[in-house]
Design a protein around this ligand. Structure first.
Ligand code: AMP
Length: 285
C-alpha cells in the first residue's frame, strides 16, 4: 500500500493507473477507522481496480467549540486495517497541504438541504464537507466514490453536489455497520465511558422502533418521530438534538411516510453527539 502525503504524489500515481486503463475508487474518511469504514473499502475493492482512501481530519467541517482537536487519530492502526482490506493508496495530507495559506474558496449548496437536520446546530459543517470532498474529487479523479448511509444527509448532499457540478463520478451509498448490540459504529464511540456506552443504545433502539412502526403501516411521520423521541427521553444520559422525518432527497420535513423518507436523529450522550437513521421507500425510488 502506498502512503502519500502530498497532492502531487496522488495525482502522479492515479495518472499512471489510468494510463494502464485501471478504474479508481475513492473512500473519503477522517481516520480512526473501524469496520464501518472497512465495509466501504471492501465495496470499493470489489468494484474498482485501484482503491484510494483519504485519511484526513478536515478542519473546515468543524465549528467553533466542536471536537476538532479531540478527534481521535491513529494513522498506524488505520494503515494496518487498510492494508488488510486491500487498499492500494492511503492519502494522509497535512492541513497545510490541503488548505494553502489564505484558502478562501468553498463549495456550498444554496438550498435548505444543508440547513436541515445536522445543519441546524452545525451551520458550516456541510460547506466544509462539500469543499473537502470536492478537493478530493479533483485530486483523485475517481470513477466511483463510496460513502456510508450512516451519514445520510452527507450522502444526499454529495449526490446533489455531484449532479449540480457535473463531476461524472458514481456515488455509491453503503449500509450502516453496527456493533453486535446495535450501536452504529463511529470513531466518536471512543469518547463514551461504560455507562454512556450502555445509554447510547437508545439511538439504535429508537431506529428499530421507528422502523417497526413504518413496516407495520404507520404513515403518520409525526407519530413515528414522537414514539422515537419518547423512547430516547427515558434515558437520563441522553439529550436530543433532533429526531426528524424528511424527504430522502431534499431533506425537507415530511408529515407522511410516502415516497423516500429519511428518519434521522442526533442525540447527545453526555458530551458526545451521536447520529443514527433509517430510510423507508428506497426500493420504490
Ligand atoms: P468519517 O471518518 O466518520 O468521516 O466517515 C467516513 C465514511 O465512512 C463516511 O462515508 C461515513 O458515512 C462512513 N461510515 C462511518 N461510520 C460508518 C458505519 N458505521 N457504517 C457505514 N459507514 C460508515
Amino acid at each position: 500500500m502506498i502512503k502519500a502525503e502530498t497532492i502531487a504524489e496522488v495525482r502522479a500515481q492515479v495518472r499512471a493507473w489510468k494510463q494502464q486503463g485501471l478504474t479508481v475508487g475513492l473512500v473519503p474518511t477522517m481516520g480512526y477507522l473501524h469496520e464501518g469504514h472497512a465495509s466501504l473499502v471492501d465495496r470499493a475493492v470489489a468494484q474498482c481496480d485501484r482503491v484510494v482512501v483519504s485519511d484526513f481530519v478536515n478542519p473546515t467541517q468543524f465549528g467553533p467549540g466542536e471536537d476538532l482537536e479531540a478527534y481521535p487519530r491513529d494513522f498506524d492502526r488505520d494503515c494496518a486495517l487498510l492494508e488488510a482490506h486491500g487498499c492500494h493508496l492511503v492519502f494522509h495530507p497535512s492541513v497545510e497541504e490541503m488548505y494553502a495559506p489564505g484558502a478562501a474558496t468553498y463549495v456550498e449548496i444554496q438550498s435548505e438541504m444543508p440547513r436541515q437536520l445536522c445543519g441546524q446546530t452545525r451551520p458550516i459543517h456541510f460547506r466544509g464537507v462539500c469543499t473537502v470532498v470536492s478537493k478530493l474529487f479533483h485530486i483523485v479523479t475517481p470513477d466511483k466514490a463510496f460513502f456510508g448511509q450512516k451519514d445520510a444527509q452527507q450522502l444526499a448532499i454529495i449526490r446533489r453536489m455531484v449532479r449540480d457540478l457535473s463531476y461524472g463520478i458514481e456515488i455509491v451509498g453503503c449500509p450502516i455497520v453496527r456493533e453486535e448490540d446495535g450501536l452504529a459504529k463511529s470513531s466518536r464511540n471512543t469518547y463514551l465511558n461504560p455507562q454512556e456506552r450502555q445509554a447510547a443504545l437508545v439511538l439504535s433502539q429508537a431506529v428499530a422502533l421507528g422502523q417497526k412502526m413504518a413496516q407495520e403501516g404507520e404513515t403518520d411521520a409525526e407519530k413515528i418521530v414522537g414514539a422515537m423521541r419518547a423512547h430516547i427521553e427515558k434515558e437520563p444520559l441522553a439529550r436530543i438534538d433532533y429526531v426528524s422525518a424528511v424527504d430522502g432527497e431534499t431533506m425537507e420535513p415530511v408529515r407522511e411516510m410516502k415516497g423516500l423518507v429519511l428518519v434521522a436523529m442526533a442525540v447527545y450522550i453526555g458530551k458526545t453527539r451521536l447520529i443514527d437513521n433509517f430510510e423507508v421507500g428506497r426500493e420504490a425510488v
